[in-house]
Design a protein around this ligand. Structure first.
Ligand code: 5GP
Ligand code: ZN
Length: 114
């Protein structure tokens, strides 16, 4: 838990999140400002700022969850594909300093994505 971290506050239930997946170490919820319907964020419950701060066992759990959530997010909105991305560091557009994976369902020619 990091003070003043909005995603830690969602993990702790202090602010609401539209949760779509949860296991012991990972939480996924819908993005508040979606780039497309079904835009989902997947986070480790523990606070790490950058992808390269995440220990390999946590990274492995995170990837296992992503592996399940990607097809579920696509199916939920009838999308045939998705963009799956991390903004790693402020200069790359990371606004929330709690590592998170974006899953953005995509359709042909939608012009979207992170
Ligand atoms: P970043 O730019 O850090 O890669 O992405 C942060 C994402 O978090 C953005 O897509 C933004 O819409 C989303 N976001 C920011 N604050 C909240 C929040 O309080 N709740 C949820 N569900 N998403 C948020
Ligand atoms: Zn946090």
């Amino acid at each position: 838990m990091s003070e003043d971290c909005i995603f830690c506050a969602i993990v702790d239930g202090e602010i609401p999140g539209r949760i779509v997946y949860e296991d012991d170490g990972v939480l996924a919820f819908l993005d508040a400002n979606p780039l497309a319907e079904g835009h989902t964020l997947v986070i480790p419950k523990e606070h790490y700022e950058r992808l390269d701060d995440v220990p390999s066992d946590v990274a492995s759990d995170l990837y296992a969850a992503i592996h399940e959530i990607v097809p579920a997010a696509e199916d939920a909105v009838g999308a045939p594909a998705s963009t799956v991305a991390f903004n790693n560091g402020e200069a790359a557009g990371q606004e929330v300093p709690h590592v998170h994976c974006h899953i953005v369902p995509r359709t042909e020619g939608d012009g979207g994505g992170p």
